[in-house]
Design a protein around this ligand. Structure first.
Ligand code: ATP
Ligand code: MG
Length: 362
């Protein structure tokens, strides 16, 4: 097994579907840019998928393989980066239990991302106990790797703040770090866990294709909300989705003045269209009722397909080699266990619960 002294990065995805354009600009672009300079770990958080679909294990299993294929199709190189399956790294669960003691229950329930998910996914009052627990588990997903950065989209910031709180509390309680220590100095001051830094992508929160939610705000593009363009969509699917996307509902005729603000059509052009002049000119024309939705949608379809074409080509390669995908997961999971077991051993030592060494049989 290869070991490296490069600083580590941890990020990942829940296997509740396939990767979409929001993941691409929110996180995957950053991962590709960082995979040479850092030792990158990409977690496929399959246990967290059970929070909302415990009755559909086959779907979760398929999604693990789909997301791993998506990673490879995007250009994640398994010789450089480790993609791994959460449920095959037991040290994460063991850390979760200890970390759950460091977070007040009310603190977890106040996490705004959990509240948004309960609302947007229509979970009502009947979500399982494991739903809030996933947020605690995510602190362990991250800290098991003691990473310097965590590349994520904006919705993850509350989870990362909780992770920072757990790390401070652990280091203060069990490693003797003075509470007045600056966050960046915790490890130098004897702490086991760094106070991790989020790394936001080029776009912090890409909106979905649909109409605004009940509060008037556009919803984020999400695997679970049926409002996404997937990296695995073919050219026809992209065409159909863009043609059907929400734009300015007040605009009936091409000559009606259109609204650019809060209009997914223009948010997508601003995000993906490399020709900034075209975007500026046509936004102005749209405002004045001089260009139609269809013209601007056709342009967007062209642009999105140009981005997705190389990903489609690489995907074709891996789709006929499913064993290569599983091999990449196996090797990545071995590397992840090597790091996470080491973290757990150090954590148990700090917790004075290190009675005898153990080795994991893989
Ligand atoms: P789910 O609907 O199941 O929650 P998701 O689409 O939110 O799925 P996650 O697996 O929860 O995807 O998120 C994986 C990573 O991608 C996180 O870092 C998250 O912040 C980022 N991300 C997800 N959706 C977007 C988006 N629309 N814009 C930017 N980043 C995003
Ligand atoms: Mg999510």
């Amino acid at each position: 097994m290869t070991t490296t002294s490069k600083p580590r990065i941890l990020t990942g995805d829940t296997p509740t579907g396939k990767l979409h354009l929001g993941h691409y600009v929110g996180s995957v672009e950053n991962r590709l840019a960082l995979q040479d300079a850092f030792d990158c770990f990409f977690i496929i958080a399959n246990k967290h998928a059970f929070t909302t679909r415990a009755e559909r294990p086959d779907e979760i299993r398929q999604s693990v393989l789909d997301i791993a294929t998506d990673y490879l199709a995007c250009g994640i190189d398994p010789n450089k980066s480790s993609m791994f399956i959460q449920s095959e790294v037991p040290a994460i669960d063991e850390l979760t239990f200890f970390f759950a003691m460091l977070l007040p229950f009310n603190r977890v329930m106040r996490n705004p991302t959990l509240k948004d998910e309960i609302r947007d996914k229509g979970l009502g009052e009947n979500y399982p106990f494991g739903f809030p627990l996933y947020a605690v588990g995510q602190t362990a997903d991250i800290l098991a790797f003691r990473p310097v950065y965590v590349p994520v989209g904006e919705d993850q910031l509350p989870h990362l703040e909780m992770t920072r709180e757990v790390a401070r509390r652990f280091d203060q309680l069990y490693c003797g770090v003075d509470p007045h220590t600056e966050d960046k100095n915790y490890v130098n001051a004897g702490g086991l866990f760094p106070i991790i830094e989020p790394k936001l992508g080029r776009v912090h929160r890409l909106v979905g294709l649909g109409a605004p939610g009940p509060d008037g705000n556009l919803l984020k593009m999400s695997k679970s909300l049926n409002n996404a363009i997937f990296l695995s969509d073919d050219a026809d699917a992209v065409k159909a989705k863009v043609m059907g996307m929400y734009t300015d509902p007040k605009r009936i005729r091409v000559t009606d003045p259109g609204t650019v603000e809060n209009n997914p059509l223009w948010i997508f052009h601003e995000t993906f269209n490399p020709d900034k002049q075209w975007v500026a000119d046509n936004e102005e024309a749209y405002r004045q009722g001089k260009v139609g939705d269809v013209t601007c949608k056709k342009k967007l379809i062209e642009i999105l397909n140009a981005i997705l074409d190389p990903i489609r080509t690489r995907r074709k390669h891996f789709e006929v080699r499913p064993h290569d995908v599983v091999d990449a997961l196996r090797i990545g999971t071995q590397r992840a266990n090597a790091v996470a077991e080491q973290t757990l051993a150090l954590a148990k030592k700090a917790l004075r619960q290190d009675y005898f060494p153990r080795t994991l049989q893989m």
